[in-house]
Every structure is written in structure tokens, then in C-alpha cells.
Design a protein around this ligand. Structure first.
Ligand SMILES: CC(C)(COP(=O)(O)OP(=O)(O)OC[C@H]1O[C@@H](n2cnc3c(N)ncnc32)[C@H](O)[C@@H]1OP(=O)(O)O)[C@@H](O)C(=O)NCCC(=O)NCCS
Length: 248
């Protein structure tokens, strides 16, 4: 019997924990260094990994509760009750960057060069978003589907939740995509604006910084944008890209 899936909005800590299990599993298969930036495993034992998972679950739950624009959705296999996919949609009805680009902070890393490295990557990743999306918009983060459940339309269900909300509000959408997610987002009206590589070279870099470059530099990401209603072809008019628009 074919499994059927339903999208639900996350409300409880138990649901957040199940979502984080999906994010960890999805980001280790295939392994993506991006995961290590946000979920450092500080040690080499199974208990170090368990501690990192527990810390990330508490951190994401606290961040969600202190962020009014945060909306988490997950997909459940109706037959088994298993959480198989998730996504966070930030719904901004106003310019979220009125005070300028936020200073990147990564306090989940111990103080030192690993933390500095992570903060610099975060700064680079979010610079296009914080400079160009100074208007009401929806932003997608943390799209993930369990490896065993991919290719069944679960990612699409999570996309539709956000794009339908964006279209009802008449606003643009934004995200930073992995190479693996790009095709899915294109099917939902996003297009890549450019391909972003990370330049972490430093003059007189320490051994620790060089190790960070090797271990933590993410593969390229694609800043992707979706115009209002996903309409790219305008009759008699040309599309205005994010950098051509002002703040609202
Ligand atoms: C990217 C990801 C979320 C896709 O989820 P999914 O549930 O497999 O996606 P869907 O089954 O809904 O795919 C929807 C459509 O996109 C296409 N698609 C999805 N991923 C694709 C891929 N990697 N390559 C080519 N096409 C892809 C599907 O073929 C499908 O097309 P169709 O509607 O014509 O059949 C999933 O592969 C994943 O979790 N990857 C690891 C984590 C990750 O990279 N997340 C994205 C971070 S930005």
C-alpha cells in the first residue's frame, strides 16, 4: 500500500525534537559540512554526538519560541506516525532588516577560531538576503527529507505550504539552496541568482584556521529568489530583480 503523507505545523517540543532528528539524518546522507557549522559534535564518542543533538534540539526550540516570524512545518507518514520531512518558513510581513544586517553570532561553538570561522561563513551566506530582502517576504530554511523517503513528493508538500502563503500575502520568497535542493525549488517558481563560493583564505592563517577551512567550508550554495506569485515573465515589462528594488 502506498504511504500517504500529511503536513502539520510544529507546536510542541516533542515535534521539534522529531524535526531535528530528520535534519540530522538528512544532512549526514549525503554528508554536508553545513551541518557541522550549526551542529558541532565536540568530541569523537557516541555520547558527544548525542550531547550535540540534545543541545541543537533545545537551541532550535528556544530560538523558535523567541522568533515571532518562525513557522516550522513537518510531514508525517499517516500510517506509521513517523516524521519524514521538515522545513522552516519565516513569514516577514515587514522589512526584517530595518536595523541593518544582524551581526552573525555562533555561541553554540566554544569561543575561539572555530566560532570565528562559523560566524564568517554565516555572514557570507546571509549577506545577499540581509541586503536585498528588505521588504515583506517569506524565507525558507532547513528543508530536509529522510533519505529513505526522498522522491515521493514530500519536499514539494513543504514547498507548497510556503508558496501558497506567500501568494496569499502577495510577497516574494527567498532561500539559500544546496545543490541537492535546487531542482525542487525551481519546480516551485524559484530561480538561482548566482552560485556562491566561500573565500576563507587568510593571510598568516593559523593551523586551526586551516583545519577549519578543510573541515567546515561548505560546498557552494545558490541564493534563490521567487518573485511575487512566481511570475517571471511580465507582459510589456521586465522583471525587477531584488537588487533593483528598494526597502519597504
Ligand atoms: C532536497 C530534498 C529536500 C528533496 O526532497 P524530496 O522529498 O525528495 O523532493 P520531492 O520528492 O518533493 O521532489 C519534487 C520534485 O523535485 C525533483 N527533485 C527533488 N530533488 C531532486 C534532485 N536532487 N535532483 C533532481 N530532481 C530533484 C523531483 O524529481 C520532483 O520532480 P517531479 O515533481 O517532476 O517528480 C531532499 O533530497 C533532501 O532532504 N536532501 C538533503 C538535504 C538538503 O539538501 N536539503 C536542502 C537544503 S537547501
Amino acid at each position: 500500500m502506498a504511504a500517504s503523507f500529511v503536513v502539520r505545523e510544529m507546536k510542541t517540543k516533542a515535534e521539534m525534537d522529531a524535526i531535528m532528528d530528520v535534519i540530522w539524518t538528512a544532512n549526514y546522507d549525503p554528508y554536508d559540512t553545513y551541518a557541522q557549522l550549526f551542529f558541532p559534535v565536540l568530541g569523537y564518542t557516541a555520547s558527544a554526538r548525542e550531547a550535540a543533538m540534545a543541545e541543537s534540539k533545545d537551541r532550535f526550540w528556544e530560538t523558535h519560541n523567541s522568533t515571532p516570524t518562525s513557522n516550522w512545518f513537518y510531514v508525517e507518514n499517516v500510517t506509521t506516525g513517523q516524521v519524514v520531512g521538515c522545513a522552516q518558513w519565516e513569514i516577514h510581513t515587514q522589512n526584517p532588516f530595518k536595523a541593518g544586517a544582524p551581526t552573525p553570532r555562533a555561541p553554540w561553538w566554544p569561543e575561539g577560531e572555530y566560532r570565528d570561522f562559523c560566524e564568517e561563513i554565516v555572514r557570507q551566506v546571509y549577506t545577499p538576503r540581509t541586503n536585498w530582502m528588505r521588504r515583506p517576504h517569506l524565507a525558507l530554511n532547513w528543508m530536509a527529507v529522510l533519505p529513505t523517503c526522498r522522491g515521493k513528493g514530500i519536499g514539494s508538500l513543504l514547498m507548497s505550504i510556503g508558496t501558497e502563503r506567500a501568494d496569499a500575502l502577495g510577497v516574494e520568497c527567498w532561500m539559500e539552496a544546496s545543490g541537492m535542493g535546487k531542482k525542487l525549488y525551481e519546480k516551485h517558481g524559484f530561480r538561482s541568482l548566482f552560485k556562491m563560493h566561500f573565500d576563507m583564505e587568510r593571510k598568516n592563517a593559523s593551523d586551526v584556521w586551516r583545519k577549519c577551512m578543510h573541515e567546515l567550508t561548505p560546498t557552494s550554495v545558490y541564493p534563490m529568489w521567487r518573485p511575487k506569485h512566481g511570475i517571471w515573465e511580465l507582459e510589456g515589462d521586465s522583471i525587477q530583480f531584488p537588487w533593483e528594488r528598494g526597502a519597504a
